[in-house]
Design a protein around this ligand. Structure first.
Ligand SMILES: Cc1ncc(C[n+]2csc(CCOP(=O)(O)OP(=O)(O)O)c2C)c(N)n1
Ligand SMILES: [Mg+2]
Length: 483
């Protein structure tokens, strides 16, 4: 633990109990000059007095055990005689560097650590999923603009973060996503029909249209339903991870969150609980530079989100979120760490321990990227950022970058690209058409599925609503059956 000045001493004094507390109080009142902790008293004197005291006070050569450290319930604190503030502009910590393995031209970064290399099959599976995700996002976005459903948001610019992280997980690891992680679902096998059904809120959608579009959820794919209020998923993820730990299950939970969500109190509570409980949660921050119109530099001081990890006692890594191989490697390594299987940075299979062992606990991964699209279909980002900035980032398209890497290896070519894009386009359009032909859930389902049987007050509300709609038939959209 590090000294944090007088405030901490005061807290420590309270924690230590009466005897030590009065001794510390004496220190601060200046009634003790013989103790080495007399140095603390000098913190409260003027600089010249302190200089004088320095010449007259003798430092004991062999301090008694109680004077070597300040022993507090949380550990041992070394003393200092200097007024030294840490952090902020007084002593900024060095910027945490960004781990990458493929450069912006799609070439291997020389000497990059790649403990979990991508074989051809895995690399191609990851790439096709990224490209399908990009095409799906583009078409769903356009369909929303045509008025076919009410809301959409893309993850353009963050495809590598979505797919690299999803591929690094075990498919049973419980995902608590924010909302811009549709690639994780796609990776796990959520079909285009399921996406389209959810977006249109039809009767085939398990949520029966009671959630906004993009609020996907799938128990079969270990993907908790999206919750609109930011960061609420983060403490839930910690709870799930703690349950895994208590049940001795070899799973982690994954909390995805944005740079904006990280300002919520829930994010801080989640970090602290996870660290203290040793809960195997992977905190995957998608730092895409914006929280709607709020740029990252107005969101936080300090070294981004990664800078917070060590303060909570959480092993942390910052990754180039546009480099899918870097994200994958970081997540596989982090998963091993979280499960107490060692440092995770050694060689080995994703499932295997890299040796060493250790206590389970959370890991924080900050993926640096850029939100290439508008926040959502309700936003126009040209109002708050320049077209030059957007153009520069779109030129760094993570999908194109990985494609170049694959082409260099002879694993992919233009003809394959054209087929993939064309078939995905057809499949997305077919899924949209099919979903549009499915009836909407009956209005009566508005009241079901919370209780096993409808309690009297909800039964009364249901009857009243249905009666009202029958008397005013135009009030309900024509494609929504009443019963
Ligand atoms: C508690 C809460 N406050 C505000 C909002 C409104 N809101 C929705 S998305 C968003 C921005 C979130 O930004 P970030 O976490 O960086 O995610 P990104 O959209 O960039 O992926 C805000 C402020 C909300 N949904 N919940
Ligand atoms: Mg953001």
């Amino acid at each position: 633990m590090r000294p944090r000045g007088c405030k901490l001493l005061a807290r420590a004094a309270r924690a230590l109990g009466n005897a030590e507390s009065s001794a510390l109080a004496a220190l601060h009142s200046g009634s003790s000059s013989s103790s080495p902790q007399g140095t603390l008293r000098r913190l409260h004197t003027s600089p010249s007095a302190a200089a004088e005291a320095n010449t007259t006070t003798t430092t004991p050569t062999c301090p008694s055990p109680g004077d070597a450290f300040l022993e507090v319930p949380g550990g041992k604190l070394p003393f200092t005689s200097a007024i030294q503030f840490v952090g902020g502009s007084d002593s900024p910590a060095p910027t945490i560097p960004c781990y990458r393995t493929i450069d912006s031209a799609g070439q291997d970064v020389p000497d990059a650590q790649v403990p979990y290399p991508l074989g051809q099959d895995l690399a191609l599976r990851m790439y096709t999923c990224m490209a399908r995700l990009q095409t799906m996002d583009t078409l769903f976005y356009e369909a929303q603009r045509q008025g076919r459903f009410s809301f959409y948001l893309t993850c353009q610019g963050e495809e590598a973060t979505n797919i690299g992280s999803a591929a690094g997980l075990d498919d049973k690891d419980m995902v608590f996503a924010q909302y811009r992680e549709q690639g994780v679902l796609l990776w796990r096998g959520y079909t285009l029909d399921q996406f389209a059904n959810q977006l249109l809120g039809n009767a085939q959608e398990p949520g029966k249209g009671r959630q906004m579009p993009i609020h996907y959820g799938s128990p079969e794919l270990a993907y908790q339903t999206i919750s609109s209020p930011l960061a609420t998923q983060m403490p839930h993820a910690v709870g799930a991870a703690y349950a895994y730990k208590m049940d001795r299950l070899p799973q982690v939970s994954v909390a995805y969150f944005g740079d904006g969500a990280s300002s919520e109190g829930d994010a801080h509570a989640a970090f602290n609980f996870a660290a203290v409980l040793g809960a195997p949660t992977l905190f995957v921050c998608r730092n895409n530079g914006y929280a709607i119109s709020t740029p990252a530099h107005e969101q936080y001081k300090g070294d981004g989100i990664a800078g917070r990890g060590p303060m909570y006692g959480i092993p942390t890594i910052r990754v180039d979120g546009g480099d899918v191989r870097a994200v994958y490697n970081a997540v596989v390594a982090a998963r091993a760490r979280a499960l107490g299987l060692g440092s995770g940075s050694g060689s080995g299979s994703p499932e295997g321990s890299s040796g060493g062992g250790g206590a389970p606990g959370p890991v924080l991964i900050e993926c640096m990227s850029y939100r290439c699209g508008h926040h959502s279909t309700s936003d126009d980002s040209t109002r708050y950022r320049t077209s030059d900035e957007m153009r520069a980032w779109r030129a760094r398209d993570p999908v194109a970058r990985f494609r170049t890497w694959l082409v260099r290896r002879g694993w992919w070519d233009e003809a394959q690209e054209a087929v993939l894009r064309r078939t995905t386009r057809v499949q997305v359009l077919e899924a949209l058409d099919a979903a549009s032909r499915v009836a909407k859930p009956p209005l009566s389902t508005l009241f079901t599925d919370v209780y096993a049987s409808l309690p009297p007050h909800l039964a009364a509300q249901s009857a009243q609503t249905l009666d009202f709609v029958r008397r005013h038939p135009t009030i309900c959209p024509p494609d929504v059956p009443v019963q």
